[in-house]
Design a protein around this ligand. Structure first.
Ligand code: HEC
Ligand code: HEC
Ligand code: HEC
Ligand code: HEC
Ligand code: HEC
Length: 763
């Protein structure tokens, strides 16, 4: 099948016009006529989705610029993701031949498991079925003692230098001693764009389980749920999961273990009720994707073979859209024909307001994000103690990105904007004042007007739309991965401070750290950690040992100050978001252990364990690994790794440290706990700050015999890859910043707050 429709129209003049208007950094021109046009198809190298680069950017130019900088635009090529994905494939290949309660891990099983990550990280590839995964047996350790070692040389295109255009290959070994390579590639350029415009904006109905729409909180499983491909059965096909506003209930936890956006067995035929909500689903799903109109399955209205063209819209947005024709001749699709009648009706009749329509992003914004950002793994968590009301055997899957759990108040829901749990968009999609949502493709200086057929929302003269209001919703989705790290988003996620008091014999250093987000801090991915440290030095530069420390925790309403990248301006009146604290809320998180109560109590300085342990796993977090025969004919890849657990026992007293993080990993019978975020996730402990939480510490020093003046320093670090357990300390007690730049970059530890006071002797 031809991927691109070549339309025989001379386009030179258009392209010329475009060049004259100038292209902002990162924007690209079409390299030839027809490149905008897509013939929809599924399978390797095909796509069902339009390209942000080839299409959307040309009319939604400013929006595109903000999206292009986002992690959504990099979710597939992101080197951190790719390195973990490659490890995941090594791990899966090592399981081939393993026998579990519900079967044997076959060679073909990896075809399925390899898609787990692409569901969220390259969702258009998943929906388009554009994914090639090749397993090759390349040797046998029983026959050739160098087989495993030799296979390493076959690895290509490894992260972090991963190039998404090319196939990548990793190697691994199974218990049987068979040595394998696994190769993978997403074939169509559109599908390598990550979470692109067409993906989010093709979501017709976000149908995260709730109790007001569609199946009214009753979610019946089409397939049995197992703990991984060969693990124990957790639910039978036909079992019904029930909605609860308490995100931590067993059923909700299981719902989120569906690992992200699901694909309907028959995408072109998802049955809808009158209001447009999907019913009688052929397969489990978190939302309805836009159904493919007649023609895409190979036939036109008359039953003749036909190409299905995809266009740059109309797509689903907050307002609902009309079928404005394209201003471009090589874009031949009839946009109007793609607008769903029921969608349009829902907007105009029952839900005229953008904040009411249930189909739309504005009203169901939270659910849209949570469809990927709330996730439990398929590993049962043996340590789900601490969850009230949990019956024996009613174990939970381990929560990974548990953003809703971490902000649900147990009384609201997972889609509506509320005072205690504001919707994600309020903080993560700031309305920008100095941008244009839409302009004409071939005439970038002009806006579409009512004469062109746009709705009032987009008519500059109407005074109601985002164009008229002059704002767009920032699509940069800032987080720890922004290039100007620390200057923007992360710093708005917390508040911190230090106060120093000294008398004749005692020095009291008081610090606080407060969560200013609407979810746990640090948020989302379990590899994030935050570390705070106090160091007191005397006039000779010697570090003083603290005598004791006390801490307490309080909750109160907060106001989040939004952040944007340089050059952007938030629409006045939208710069802050309040997160109200409700005394009655109950946020229940697996493994959560409150470290402090509301009364002052003694606390210890914390550190990351760091002990070296032998570990069996083919992934790259285990170093120096070799093939080891553990019993005749039974092989394992063995190496060493460090225990990265946050340890709360008395350590060195010359600094006072607190570390906040969510730990996932594996605990062995001897209590050894190895943190590997997202892998072997059978443990969760969590000491992050809950929403609205403020922790205060008082660290006390004896200074009777101290050599004055004293220097008191306090710093807060954000550790993007903190679960690597590394925090190299310099002589001054803080992060060793004299390490080579390359090492520091790899560590990804950033100072985000610093305070310093001098204490002089009054006498
Ligand atoms: C030829 C110019 C053009 C291109 C290319 C284009 N759009 Fe649009 N888009 C429009 C127009 C015009 C509107 C407003 C329609 C209306 O007023 O109903 C619009 C509206 C939208 C809306 C609706 C916003 C809302 O508030 O409801 C979304 C979402 C959207 N486009 C997404 C996309 C995506 C995704 C792409 C790329 C796949 C794309 N557009 C490419 C012209 C374009
Ligand atoms: C249900 C959707 C979903 C699935 C399935 C999923 N992820 Fe993610 N992943 C996310 C989200 C959402 C984030 C962003 C969280 C954040 O950055 O805090 C993320 C972030 C990550 C990150 C951090 C990237 C960075 O640059 O900091 C890594 C690594 C990662 N995922 C690996 C994987 C691997 C490996 C798999 C498959 C085993 C996987 N993910 C499957 C949703 C998913
Ligand atoms: C992660 C999902 C996601 C991705 C990816 C995404 N959008 Fe959006 N988009 C949204 C949401 C959510 C809103 C509505 C925000 C609101 O009103 O609360 C929105 C709003 C819009 C609007 C309406 C105007 C506005 O600014 O609110 C347009 C047009 C639009 N998006 C186009 C695009 C284009 C073009 C791209 C790619 C360059 C894109 N979107 C990528 C989720 C997404
Ligand atoms: C199709 C799945 C999907 C949807 C829908 C989605 N996200 Fe994401 N999001 C991801 C993944 C995957 C990543 C991480 C990419 C990476 O780092 O490799 C991510 C990254 C992010 C980040 C940046 C994290 C960082 O490391 O800098 C933020 C913030 C974010 N998303 C917020 C949102 C919000 C808000 C919405 C709803 C409007 C949303 N996302 C919808 C999958 C999704
Ligand atoms: C009151 C404002 C606010 C609301 C509401 C909010 N967030 Fe955040 N979020 C932040 C801030 C500030 C940060 C940066 C600090 C941090 O990483 O914890 C953040 C961090 C994140 C990150 C981590 C980025 C990273 O680099 O790992 C993700 C992912 C995320 N939020 C997703 C969401 C989702 C999904 C929702 C809705 C369910 C949401 N947020 C609601 C303020 C908010």
């Amino acid at each position: 099948m031809n991927q691109f429709k070549i339309v025989g129209i001379a386009l030179t003049s258009f392209i010329l016009m475009f060049s004259q208007a100038g292209l902002a950094d990162g924007r690209t021109e079409l390299s030839g006529p027809g490149e905008a046009e897509v013939i929809a198809g599924t399978g390797y190298t095909h796509t069902l989705f339009d390209s942000a680069d080839n299409k959307c950017q040309h009319c939604h130019n400013d929006l595109y610029d903000t999206w292009k900088t986002s992690m959504h635009a990099k979710s597939w090529k992101d080197p951190i993701f790719q390195s973990k994905y490659q490890d995941f494939l090594r791990l899966q290949a090592s399981k081939i031949g393993a026998v579990g309660p519900t079967g044997t891990y076959q060679e073909g099983t990896i075809q399925k498991t390899a898609q787990v990550c692409i569901k969220c990280h390259a969702p258009t590839a998943y929906y388009s079925g554009d994914f090639k995964i090749t397993l090759t047996e390349v040797g046998d350790q029983n026959v050739d003692p160098d087989a495993f070692e030799d296979a390493r040389a076959l690895q290509t295109n490894l992260a972090p230098a991963y190039n998404p255009d090319l196939e990548a290959t990793v190697s691994s070994m199974a218990q049987s001693g068979k040595v394998y390579t696994v190769s993978y590639h997403v074939g169509n350029k559109h599908n390598r764009e990550g979470i692109n415009c067409a993906y989010c904006h093709s979501i017709e109905t976000v149908r995260m389980m709730n109790d007001v729409d569609g199946d009214l909180g009753q979610y019946t499983l089409a397939k049995p749920m197992k703990m991984g491909p060969i693990g124990p059965l957790v639910h039978n096909a036909g079992d019904t999961l029930h909605y609860s506003p308490d995100a931590s209930t067993h059923d909700m936890n299981a719902f989120f273990a569906l690992i992200g956006p699901e694909k309907y067995a028959d995408v072109s035929n998802t049955p809808k009720d009158a209001a447009g909500f999907d019913i009688a689903k052929a397969a489990d799903g978190r939302y309805t994707m836009k159904s493919i109109p007649v023609g895409c399955d190979g036939t036109d209205a008359d039953g003749n073979p036909a190409d299905c063209h995809y266009t740059g819209g109309p797509f689903y947005g907050p307002f609902g859209i009309t079928g404005v024709s394209n201003s471009r001749d090589d874009d031949v699709t009839d946009r109007a024909s793609l607008v769903k009648g029921d969608f349009q009706a829902a907007v105009d009749a029952d839900h005229g307001d953008k904040f009411e329509s249930r189909h739309q992003f504005a009203a169901y914004g939270k659910a849209l994000c949570l469809s990927c950002h709330q996730r439990s793994s398929l590993m049962l968590n043996p340590e789900t103690n601490g969850i009230p009301g949990l019956q024996p055997g009613d174990d939970q899957f381990l929560e990974l990105c548990s953003t809703w759990t971490a902000m649900s108040d147990g009384v609201g829901n997972n889609f509506e904007d509320s005072k205690t749990s504001p919707k994600c968009q309020q903080c993560h999609m700031e309305p920008l004042a100095n941008k244009t949502v839409l302009h004409k493709w071939d005439d970038p200086d002009s806006l579409f007007t009512a004469k062109d057929g746009v709705t009032e929302h987009f008519d500059p003269a109407s005074g109601v739309g985002p164009v008229a209001e002059g704002y767009l919703n920032n699509h940069a989705f800032m987080g720890a991965n922004k290039a100007d790290f620390g200057l923007t988003k992360i710093k708005t996620g917390f508040e911190s401070g230090m106060e120093v008091k000294a008398d004749d014999d005692k020095l009291k250093v008081k610090t606080y750290l407060q969560n200013k987000t609407a979810h746990m801090f640090p948020g989302a991915h379990p590899m994030r950690r935050v570390l705070t440290r106090v160091v007191v030095t005397d006039a000779n530069g010697n570090k003083l040992s603290f005598k004791k420390a006390k801490g307490k925790s309080r909750f109160k309403s907060v106001t989040n100050q939004l952040a944007v990248l340089e050059g952007n301006t938030i629409l006045p009146g939208h710069e802050t978001v309040k997160v109200k604290y409700d005394d009655d809320r109950k946020i229940v998180i697996q493994g959560y252990t409150a470290d402090l109560s509301s009364k002052k109590e003694p606390v210890n300085s914390q550190f990351m364990d760091g002990t070296l342990v032998e570990w069996v796993s083919p992934d790259a977090t285990v170093t120096g690994s070799t093939a080891v025969e553990t019993a005749p004919g039974v092989w394992a890849v063995k190496g060493v790794t460090t225990v990265k657990k946050i340890t709360d026992i008395e350590g060195a007293a010359d600094h006072f440290t607190r570390i906040y993080g969510r730990e996932t990993g594996k605990r062995m019978a001897d209590g050894t706990h190895v943190v590997r975020p997202g892998f072997d996730s059978n443990i969760a402990t969590d000491n992050r700050l809950k929403p609205n939480e403020k922790e205060k510490y008082t660290v006390v020093y004896d200074i009777e015999d101290a050599v004055f003046p004293l220097t008191v320093k306090y710093k807060v670090y954000y550790m993007k890859k903190g679960a690597s357990g590394k925090f190299p300390t310099a002589a001054d007690g803080f992060l060793n910043t004299s390490l080579p730049a390359e090492t520091l970059k790899k560590l990804a530890i950033y100072e985000v707050f610093s305070a310093e006071e001098k204490v002089v002797d009054d006498d």
